[in-house]
Write a protein that binds this ligand. Structure first.
Ligand code: GTP
Length: 373
């Protein structure tokens, strides 16, 4: 890939990681690693067996009802890199020290490095300073205030994805930069809807990569959903047209449509998405009923740019943040909530089918501040 192309894509959509290899902890390590990762990922060709490798095997307990505690545990362990960066920093600053201008500034730096955003960082330090200046403050008190302020920012955005069963089908278009987790999220959602007794169909609208189509077929087989697919390179809008017709004919409750993220530039990507939406509307003027944007938390601030670009041009109705388990900068979700105020429906903390759950502000805030449940 040329420098020019890499630079353009980098500016438009940011870095990505195809494989969720554990990134080095810390802000600097991630920031310096990003351009390399992006170039490799965008140049990667499909390899035999790639699709199977990208769909993790079911766990032993898959399919069994998961008690809430189990998700909270996964959430906490998934967010542990982000939470330990924050709480480790807080302990280092506040153990046996008074609250003064220096400690507040050090805390602000840590919060900004964790990608919480300047606004939230200042709200937290501002609240801490009230009535506590020149006094000792416990590490637990700082963490409690952190959790409360983060919850305040997140609360208005934590909204469930509502499925209108009067629509047959309720059409969900999933968009986002390649590698952000579109296909995996569709697989996980398919499992959820199927568990609720819904008839689900998947459309493999990412016709660019054979592996993406195969990956979706594997998820379809695993979750009992029919998959509408065509050969690599086929017209995505044509495939979606077929899928809309089949879904309506077969009385499908939820149609999940995968889309390509790997296009040469933003204009091309958006033109294809617009074409797909036009075709969907031919069948149902109100569809797509939901347009979900997947964001890869490991890309930090780039995720913010992606909300801007896709939000303006693709009619995004809600967000899914994936790979919160792969970064120390999960605080980016807080910065996005503060800036964009767009509904966040789900968060992903792993590759497994049960590693995606509806987003709840309180659970996330307490997990990131390591406050006991
Ligand atoms: N650790 C972790 N990995 C995830 C998560 N969600 C997705 N992944 C992994 O991220 C990689 C990319 O996910 P995909 O679902 O293929 O992403 P995509 O957006 O469909 O990518 P393209 O098909 O290339 O457009 C896969 O290896 C997934 O298993 C998550 O929440 N945590």
């Amino acid at each position: 890939m040329s420098e020019k192309k890499r630079g353009l894509l980098g500016r438009l959509f940011g870095a990505k990681e195809d494989a969720p290899a554990p990134a080095p902890a810390g802000d600097e390590a991630e920031a310096t690693a990003a351009p390399e990762v992006e170039a490799t990922a965008l140049e990667q060709d499909d390899q035999p067996g790639e699709a199977a490798a990208m769909v993790p095997s079911p766990r032993q307990d898959e399919g069994a009802p998961q008690p809430k505690q189990s998700w909270l545990k996964r959430l906490r362990s998934g967010l542990s890199r982000s939470s330990s960066a924050l709480t480790g920093g807080i302990s280092a600053i506040f153990t046996k020290r008074k609250l003064d201008a220096d400690t507040l500034e050090e805390l602000e730096d840590i919060l900004i490095q964790a990608d919480l955003g300047v606004e939230t960082a200042m709200a937290i330090t501002g609240r801490l300073a009230q009535g506590r200046y020149d006094k000792e403050i416990s590490v637990e008190d700082v963490r409690t205030i952190l959790a409360e302020e983060v919850e305040k920012v997140l609360e208005p955005t934590a909204r469930p994805l509502e499925i209108d069963l009067a629509k047959k089908p309720h059409v969900i278009l999933v968009v986002g930069v390649n590698g952000t987790g579109k296909t995996t999220t569709i697989g996980k959602l398919s499992a959820k809807f199927a568990a609720e007794g819904r008839k689900v169909m998947l459309a493999a609208g990412d016709t660019f990569r054979a592996a993406a189509v195969e990956q979706l077929k594997i998820w379809g087989a695993r979750t009992g959903a029919e998959v509408i697919a065509r050969d690599t390179g086929a017209d995505a809008a044509g495939l979606v047209f077929d899928a809309m017709k089949e879904a309506a004919d077969k009385g499908v409750d939820v149609l999940l449509i995968d889309t390509a993220g790997r296009l040469q530039n933003r204009a091309e990507l958006m033109a294809e998405l617009e074409k797909v939406v036009r075709v969907i509307r031919k069948y149902d003027a109100e569809a797509p009923h939901s347009v979900l944007l997947t964001l890869d938390a490991t890309t930090g601030q780039n995720a913010m740019n992606q909300v801007e670009i896709f939000g303006k041009t693709a009619g995004v109705t809600g967000l899914v943040m994936t790979k919160l388990d792969g970064t120390a900068r999960g605080g980016i979700l807080v910065a996005i909530a503060a800036r964009h105020k767009m509904p966040v429906h789900f968060i992903g903390v792993g590759e497994g089918v049960d590693d995606l759950e509806p987003f709840t502000a309180r659970d996330f805030a307490r997990a990131i501040a390591e406050i006991d449940a």
